[in-house]
Design a protein around this ligand. Structure first.
Ligand code: ADP
Length: 499
């Protein structure tokens, strides 16, 4: 592993921060308390700027605006094609500011500038366009009633939605939640993660420029236990869509249950298996395994954190993996050659290092990495453990960092059993040329997305979400619209019946 800091200054394109206040009812406003909080650059640990700290009273104002916009405003009543047209304009505006938006996520979250610029931000614009195209195709069914009735269903917007999103993909998460909700005709309050609030505020500004009516999209920056909890326990929010940790997901569901029984969808943690069979191209498989765990510095819920390799190719796989990880470049995320930037914050950095200590203490063998890197910021070496036992913490817990647990298997049945030996069920990967094996294993693993001979192959049309304790409800694909729609059945007699 080499540390790729180069001359930091020549790669730094720190943008001017334009938006730091809450966005409520179409205006940027201070929080009622006047409080602000620091957002930190994980490359250095230094403060980028201060952002308004929203709390319950601010969430109340935002919900009031969203309620008014839903009950009396134009948005839910517009023809779908008109909502779609405005969303397309929003998408064009996102595309016009790609560099600046990508740089915001890089300084705020330590994400690779190159990936943000080529994937996250343009992908977000495409997400808007995908759901813009769906906005005028949301319709119900005519029912085959068994008696003399005419029955049909309507799919109506669910109302005011609360979105709570994490820090690992600030842009993709924002649009993954907001776009289908806008298409459905909902109004909303979104809370970005406290680690990465900057791009969400910029997107709120672009939404207004695009012509999204005031009150439809509100952004309240702040912390989880205050602003986040105010959303999940609010009596006037109809649905909540959350992405984040399983622990917080549980709290959100409880808050929803204890308040107004708002509908909940949760996209939570994972401990995704990548299963590599003897017939694989070992070089390619090693590359895939490394990408699967190191992409976005391991801060991705579908990370291939458990890699199972069949005995026949195990030794060769390990050899190639070590070669590849040696060439892996960690460093300033603005540097064009960097493959891995800093972890998002000090807390995450320390949590990952403590899992690495657990791995060592519980008897796993450190094949590579295991240490912090550089003299400032939150950089960690790509870390691979072998001799991992299934009951070790590093094989069970979601670490959310660049830490791979490598394990061996012999038969297909054993592979399936091991892959499913987790409380999570978000994603899985299979590498084999054997169609029977691919078919059997893909149908036997309980997870929301299975990648065969690829990994992290995201697509806007490919829905995505959890089995088991990885949550429920789907993002991406047309399925995501379901979270933001109610189904209403309407029934009327056809003839002059006794009714
Ligand atoms: P991570 O562990 O990856 O930081 P979290 O699940 O803690 O992820 O955070 C995801 C989002 O949930 C963030 O926006 C955070 O502020 C919010 N959050 C944290 N705690 C709560 C809570 N008790 N209620 C509502 N939202 C919360």
């Amino acid at each position: 592993t080499s540390h790729c800091n180069g001359n930091m200054d020549s790669f730094v394109k720190v943008p001017t921060i334009k938006f730091t206040k809450l966005f409520i009812n179409g205006e940027f406003v201070d929080s009622i308390s006047g409080k602000t909080f620091e957002t930190i650059d994980p490359r250095t640990g230094e403060v980028i700027t201060r952002v308004s700290e929203g709390d319950k009273e601010d969430v109340d104002l935002a919900v009031k605006a969203a309620r008014q916009a839903f009950d009396n405003g134009p948005w839910p009543r517009l023809p779908g094609s008109e909502r779609g047209r405005i969303m397309m304009k929003f998408a064009d505006l996102v595309n016009q500011h790609v560099e600046e938006l990508a740089a915001l996520d890089t300084i705020d979250g330590g994400k690779l500038f190159g990936s943000c610029k080529s994937m996250d931000v343009p992908g977000a614009a495409n997400c808007l366009r995908y759901y813009a195209g769906a906005a005028d195709k949301i319709h119900g069914n005519v029912l085959k009633m068994s008696r003399e009735f005419h029955g049909y269903t309507l799919r109506e917007p669910i109302g005011v939605v609360g979105h709570i999103i994490p820090w690992n993909f600030p842009t993709i998460m924002f649009f993954g939640k907001v776009s289908p909700a806008l298409a459905a005709g909902c109004t909303m309050v979104l809370k970005p993660a406290e680690q990465t609030p900057l791009s969400a505020l910029y997107y709120a500004h672009l939404a207004k420029l695009a012509g999204i009516p005031d009150g439809v999209l509100n952004v309240v920056t702040g912390f989880g236990p205050t602003a986040g909890a105010a959303i999940s326990s609010h009596m006037d929010i109809d649905a909540i869509s959350f992405t984040g940790s399983t622990e917080v997901g549980r709290e959100i569901m409880q808050a929803a249950a204890k308040s107004n029984l708002k509908t909940v969808s949760l996209e939570l943690g994972g401990k995704s298996p990548l299963v590599i069979f003897d017939d694989a191209d070992v070089d390619k498989a090693a590359g895939l395994a490394l990408l699967g765990i190191l992409y976005n510095k391991g801060e991705i819920c579908v990370a291939s954190s458990r890699v199972f390799v069949q005995e026949g190719i195990y030794d060769e796989f390990v050899k190639l993996l070590v070669e590849k990880v040696k060439a892996w470049k960690v460093g300033d995320p603005f540097h064009p050659k960097t493959q891995q930037g800093p972890q998002v914050d000090k807390k995450q950095f320390e949590k990952i290092l403590s899992y690495i200590e657990h791995g060592k203490r519980q008897g796993a063998t450190l094949l590579s990495g295991g240490n912090p890197l550089g003299d400032k910021g939150y950089y960690i070496e790509p870390t691979i453990f072998t001799d991992v036992k299934e009951d070790m913490l590093i094989a069970k817990d979601e670490i959310f960092g660049p830490v791979m647990a490598l394990m061996k298997f012999n038969t297909i049945d054993e592979a399936i059993k091991k892959a499913n030996n987790t409380t999570y069920g978000l994603a899985a990967g299979i590498v084999t040329k054997n169609l029977d094996v691919a078919n059997t294993v893909s149908r036997s693993i309980r997870a929301g997305v299975i990648w065969i001979n690829c990994y992290l192959a995201f697509d806007q049309d490919c829905s995505y979400g959890g089995y088991k304790m990885s949550g429920f409800g789907r993002d991406c694909g047309l399925e995501a619209l379901d979270k933001y729609l109610h189904v209403k059945s309407i029934v009327t007699p056809i003839y002059n019946s006794p009714w």
